[in-house]
Design a protein around this ligand. Structure first.
Ligand code: HSE
Length: 440
């Protein structure tokens, strides 16, 4: 059988990695796919660099439309990013009957429903293994390997930049801004790191996993998104003393509020018991923990970014597509795991309805009765205290920190209690609140 022909839109880091891994492992990939996979064309505005990277092995153009409109191209690999031009090209490729492989999490978390519908109607595949957790085959695990399970929850460290920053803050006791500057200098963080540090990139990824896990449409605008920019080194230290690590987690979970089903969908800094495996995922690594009713907990760990780890996921999708014609043309896995006519309309819950535990740091004047007032407010709000830490004021200081870990409660209770605590005359400034997940 002739090789299947792919066109690559954008040959940056991941595109170059894809080109190189396909070249290096072509023989094994051909044996697995049942036919060869050839990148026949590359589109990039920097044609000189693209020509150098591809060393005359394929045609290089600057206009991506030449690829999406070329009748000889079977698969379009979209590695441009963003949701403007990339969406336009993906929709054109689908309309032209081409399969699509993309690493573009932002595009799918926002426009996935429209894109998958168009692909379904045209009978083409949209592969997006590379969009979530880079080289970790989490889409395949959720969509196929765990398909017997009723998924209960997923919690993931799915942004390497922020995990690197948190690891450095913990190891070196440095504050956020200092570590961010260092991460940028080392090339771990983008020049504009907003999507990473504000939790948006992680929210795109958890939105996609939530849809696959629960059979719901992708609904990024309903995700609660909180990054690490407000996190203070002091909270990382206190958490450590209490036996916890702070990680930026993407969490999605089945829940029930007042007898009605809903889905929690949230990204925020989270305390995790330090004895959990996932709490020990350090540096730029990613990990995803999935709880299924039959299998129990499974943990997936690996590189969430980088040229060849991400290329590994891109090529897995290319092989799946090549197999459609080479191996088993009837075999199709739905984009979001559930058949499109069997999707559920179970709602994403507002943040006040979610249930979790909390770490609270309260700056107080060291006066008689302060602690009693705080615990009375918590008790009145039906919030039960799990652990507490009160530091002696430092030499010459009249203020100190009270650290409280709560048992599970609804977010609305905690918000109400914090508002009351902040009104106490003995409380200084804002209460720092970080959610805590036992992940057991
Ligand atoms: N910027 C992402 C991260 C990688 O830091 O993990 C691409 O999704």
């Amino acid at each position: 059988m002739k090789p299947i022909k792919a066109g690559l839109l954008g040959i940056g880091t991941v595109g170059a990695g894809t080109f190189e891994v396909l070249r290096r492992n072509q023989e094994e990939i051909r044996r697995r796919a049942g036919r060869g996979i050839e990148i026949a064309m590359v589109a990039d505005l920097n044609t000189a660099r693209a020509t150098e990277l591809t060393q005359g092995r394929c045609k290089v153009v600057s206009d991506a439309n030449l690829i999406v409109n070329d009748p000889d191209i079977d698969i379009v690999i979209e590695l441009i990013g963003g949701y403007g031009l990339a969406k336009d090209l993906v929709m054109k490729a689908i309309a032209n009957g081409k399969h699509v492989v993309t690493a573009n999490k932002a595009l799918l978390a926002i426009h996935g429903t429209e894109i998958f519908k168009a692909a379904q109607e045209k009978g083409v595949m949209v592969g997006f293994e590379a969009a979530v957790a880079g080289g970790i085959p989490i889409i395949k695990a959720l969509r196929e390997g765990l398909t017997a399970n009723r998924i209960q929850w997923i919690a993931g460290i799915i942004n390497g930049t922020t995990n690197f920053i948190l690891s450095e803050m913990r190891d070196k006791g440095l504050d956020f801004q200092t570590v961010l500057a260092e991460a940028q200098r080392l090339g771990y963080a983008e020049a504009d790191p907003t999507f990473d540090i504000e939790g948006i990139d992680a929210a795109h990824k958890v939105t996609i996993m939530s849809a696959i896990a629960f059979g719901i449409p992708v609904q990024f605008p309903k995700a609660h998104v909180e990054g690490i920019t407000q996190l203070q080194a002091v909270d990382i230290r206190y958490a450590e003393q209490l036996g916890y690590r702070i990680k930026l987690l993407g969490i999605t979970r089945r829940a029930e509020v007042n007898g009605r089903a809903g889905i929690e969908l949230r990204v925020h800094p989270t305390l995790i018991p330090s004895r959990r495996l996932i709490a020990n995922v350090e540096g730029a690594m990613n990990a995803v923990l999935v709880q299924g009713d039959a299998v129990g907990a499974t943990l997936y760990y690996g590189k969430g970014a980088g040229a060849e780890p991400t290329a590994s996921a891109v090529i897995a999708d290319l092989v799946d597509i090549a197999r459609l014609s080479a191996a088993d043309p009837e075999h199709r896995v739905p984009h979001l795991a559930f058949q499109p006519d069997a999707m559920s309309d179970i709602p994403i819950l507002p943040m006040e309805d979610i249930t979790t535990s909390y770490y609270l740091r309260i700056r107080v004047a060291d006066k008689l009765g302060v602690l009693a007032n705080v615990t009375r407010i918590l008790a009145d709000a039906t919030i039960s205290v799990d652990a507490m830490l009160q530091k002696e004021p430092d030499e010459g200081e009249t203020q100190t920190d009270i650290i409280i870990l709560t048992h599970q409660t609804q977010e609305r209770n905690v918000l109400a209690a914090i508002a009351q605590i902040e009104r106490l005359s003995t409380v200084v400034g804002k209460v720092a609140k970080i959610r805590l997940e036992e992940l057991s």
